[in-house]
Design a protein around this ligand. Structure first.
Ligand SMILES: *Cc1c(COP(=O)(O)O)cnc(C)c1O
Ligand SMILES: [Zn+2]
Length: 433
C-alpha cells in the first residue's frame, strides 16, 4: 500500500486527488492539468534520513523508495538505475574561474540517459495496475529507456519516435524488441499519436508532462546530487530543458529535502535551452503565462531538447523562478562546442543535449550570473555515444583532426612534428587550434 502520499494536486487549480482515485491529469484541466505528487513528510522523515541513507547499501534510485510514490514492497525492475557519479572537475572550474564544478554523468545509466529513472518508475506503476502494454512518445531517450526497462521485466511496449531520431536511439529500441512506430513528423506529432493510441487501446501511458510519476523518478537525480555532496547545497545547478520534466524533478528533490530539513536553502536552478527551441527562455524573459503561450517551431541539433511546446512547462518555469535561477539560451554552435569542452575538462562524453547544460554554465559565467566563488553542478543528461554524428561534427568544428599516418615510426614522427605535438610534454595544440 502507498501510505506516504497525501494526494496528487493539479498544478493549475490546486485540487487534490487521493492517490487511489487520481488519473493521469486533472479532469477539469485536461492535458494541461498536470498533477504534482504531495507527501506526508512526517511519516517519511521517520523512515529515511541522511543518517539512514549513509548505512544503506542499495546504490540505485530505489534507496529513496520511502520518498517515492510506490508501496514499500513494490517490486522494481532489475536493471541498476541511478547511483551515477557526480565527478569533481577541477579543469573546468579552473578554465571558467569558478569555485567548483561537478558533473553528474547520467550517460552511465543502463540505456545511457537520465530517462531510465522515469521509465523505471513507469514500469513499477504499470505493473501496479497490471497493464498489459506500456507506451510512450519520445525524442529518443525516454523511448530507449522504456524499451530497455520493459525488456528487463518482459513488459510489452509500443514506442513512438520521430523518424529523424538519431540512429543509435532507434537501434536501441529495435534491439530491445519494442514495437516501434517511426512517426513521419516531429516529436509533437509522435506525442499526439501516442496519446490517441493509448486512449484507444487502454495502454499504460508514460508520456512526459502527462504521467505525474515521471518527475518523481527523475527527482532521484537531484537527491543523489545533494547526497553525493554530503547535503552541502551547491550554489547552482545547470539543467538542459526540453519538456521541462527533468528540471521539475531536480526542483522537486530540492523541495523534498527542504521539507525534510535535510538542507536549509535551495540551489539556484538554471534551465538551458537551445536558441532553436527556446520556448521557456522566451517566457522567462517576457513574463508570458506558459499556460496560454502558443507553441513555437523548434529546430536544434540537440534532439533531446527539441520541443515546440514543453509539456511540463508549469513545473519547469517554477523550478527557476522559485530558486532565483534563470532560463538561458545557447546557440547550436555553443552546444556543439560544449561537447568536446566538457569531455576534455571532465572526462564525461555527453550527447548535445547533455553538453547544453555546460554551454549554459559557460554563458552564465560570461554574463556574471555565476561568480568566482560559486560551487556549481552540471547535470550531463545523456551519453555522447547516443549521437556520434553530432559528436564528429562537434570535434570537426573544434578543429580537431586525427593524424592519418602510414604504419611506420618515421611517418608518425613527421606527422607529430607537423602539429607540434610531442609525446610526454603534455603539449597538445590540436584542441585549442
Ligand atoms: C529528455 C532529455 C533532456 C530534457 O529533459 P526534459 O524533461 O524533456 O526537459 C535533456 N537531455 C537529455 C539527454 C534528454 O534525454
Ligand atoms: Zn485542475
Amino acid at each position: 500500500m502507498i501510505d506516504n502520499v497525501t494526494g496528487l494536486v493539479c498544478v493549475i487549480c490546486g485540487t487534490a486527488y487521493p492517490v487511489e482515485e487520481a488519473g493521469y491529469v486533472c479532469p477539469d484541466h485536461g492535458n494541461e492539468g498536470i498533477l504534482d505528487v504531495r507527501y506526508d513528510y512526517d511519516l517519511i522523515g521517520a523512515r529515511i534520513s541522511p543518517e539512514s541513507l549513509r548505512e544503506k547499501r542499495n546504490p540505485t534510485m530505489w534507496r529513496y523508495k520511502a520518498l517515492l510514490p510506490v508501496a514499500p514492497d513494490a517490486p522494481v525492475p532489475p536493471l541498476t538505475v541511478g547511483g551515477t557519479p557526480t565527478y569533481d572537475a577541477p579543469p573546468l572550474a579552473e578554465a571558467l574561474g569558478v569555485g567548483r564544478v561537478w558533473v553528474k554523468d547520467e550517460g552511465r545509466q543502463p540505456t545511457a540517459s537520465l530517462k531510465d529513472r522515469a521509465s523505471a518508475m513507469a514500469l513499477v506503476k504499470a505493473r501496479e495496475r497490471g497493464a498489459e502494454v506500456v507506451t510512450t512518445a519520445s525524442t529518443g531517450n525516454a523511448a530507449a529507456a522504456l524499451s530497455g526497462l520493459s525488456a528487463s521485466v518482459g513488459q510489452k511496449n509500443v514506442i513512438f519516435v520521430p523518424e529523424t531520431a538519431p540512429q543509435a536511439k532507434i537501434a536501441q529500441l529495435l534491439a530491445y524488441g519494442s514495437t516501434v512506430a517511426l512517426v513521419e513528423g516531429t516529436y509533437g506529432d509522435a506525442f499526439d499519436l501516442c496519446m490517441e493510441a493509448a486512449e484507444e487501446f487502454g495502454w499504460y501511458n508514460r508520456n512526459t508532462g502527462f504521467n505525474p510519476y515521471m518527475t518523481e523518478g527523475k527527482k532521484t537525480a537531484g537527491l543523489e546530487i545533494l547526497e553525493q555532496l554530503d547535503w552541502e547545497v551547491p550554489d547552482a545547478i545547470f539543467v538542459s530543458v526540453g519538456d521541462g520534466s527533468i528540471i521539475g524533478g531536480v526542483h522537486k528533490a530540492v523541495k523534498d529535502a527542504l521539507a525534510l530539513g535535510w538542507i536549509d536553502r535551495a540551489p539556484r536552478i538554471y534551465g538551458i535551452q537551445s536558441a532553436g527551441s527556446d520556448y521557456l527562455v522566451q517566457a522567462f524573459e517576457s513574463g508570458e503565462d506558459v499556460l496560454t503561450k502558443p507553441p513555437i517551431s523548434a529546430d536544434t541539433v540537440a534532439d533531446s531538447i527539441s520541443a515546440d511546446l514543453p509539456r511540463d512547462r508549469i513545473k519547469a518555469m517554477a523550478a527557476s523562478v522559485e530558486t532565483d535561477g534563470a532560463y538561458l539560451r545557447v546557440s547550436d554552435e555553443e552546444i556543439l562546442a560544449a561537447v568536446p569542452s566538457l569531455a576534455r575538462g571532465s572526462g564525461v562524453f555527453a550527447e548535445p543535449a547533455g553538453a547544453a547544460a555546460y554551454a549554459g554554465l559557460v554563458a552564465a559565467v560570461e554574463t556574471g550570473l555565476v561568480g568566482s566563488e560559486d560551487r556549481v553542478v552540471v547535470l550531463s543528461t545523456g551519453s555522447g555515444l547516443k549521437d556520434v554524428a553530432s559528436a564528429m561534427k562537434a570535434v570537426a568544428d573544434a578543429g580537431t583532426k586525427p593524424m592519418v599516418v602510414e604504419p611506420n615510426l618515421e611517418a608518425l614522427k613527421n606527422a607529430m612534428q607537423e602539429r607540434n605535438q610531442v609525446p610526454g610534454t603534455g603539449t597538445n595544440k590540436q584542441g585549442t587550434r
